[in-house]
Write a protein that binds this ligand. Structure first.
Ligand code: FES
Length: 176
């Protein structure tokens, strides 16, 4: 077995252990990292017409919470500022569709989509002003889902496949 295969197998074994301990979300997250494929499947259309700027909407998709946030002008201005406290500012070690590997981690600047599970052990962070805060061990993410160095999580929030099918319709699970 070559080094890469061993490394991948080790990650999956570690994830399986975490799953047995109740970390099912972590298991899914690690699986995606092992394959470098962002989550796809079971297309779910969501109407964004009633999504108010600054408010977070959560839908269930494949048994997981998916966040939809219409970022306000104020939120976008905060994200435009340089930030040296991020663990993976360019999302090189994080999981998102290729089209979302940009500073805002999104297809459209104002609409942020992410799986709302902390990449540490799968708790659900909460929107807390200009960031998301995980209640379990205080990992912190900016409004593009980029994790801060402080706290145990070191990967950005996972972004699933999604596409826009109109001004106010988004389909989760399908590539753009
Ligand atoms: S599960 Fe979020 S910080 Fe541990």
């Amino acid at each position: 077995m070559d080094h890469a295969s061993k490394s991948q197998r080790r990650r999956i074994v570690i994830a399986a252990g975490a799953c047995a301990a109740g970390g099912g979300a972590l298991f899914l997250s690690q699986q995606h990292h092992a394959t470098r494929s962002w989550p796809h499947g079971s297309p779910l259309a969501v109407d964004l017409a009633s999504l108010v700027a600054g408010k977070l909407k959560t839908v269930e998709w494949q048994g997981k919470p998916v966040w939809l946030l219409r970022r306000s002008e104020h939120m976008l201005a905060a994200l435009a500022k340089p930030n040296n406290d991020l663990a993976d500012p360019d999302s090189k070690a994080s999981l998102q569709p290729d089209a979302c590997q940009n500073p805002l981690r999104s297809l459209r600047p104002e609409i942020f989509v992410a799986i709302g599970l902390c990449t540490h052990q799968g708790c659900t962070p909460a929107l807390n002003g200009d960031h998301f805060l995980c209640p379990c061990h205080t990992s912190k993410y900016d409004l593009a889902g980029r994790v801060f160095k402080v706290g145990p999580a070191q990967a950005n929030l996972v972004i699933p496949a999604y596409r826009f099918d109109g001004e106010n319709t988004i389909t989760i699970g399908a590539d753009a």
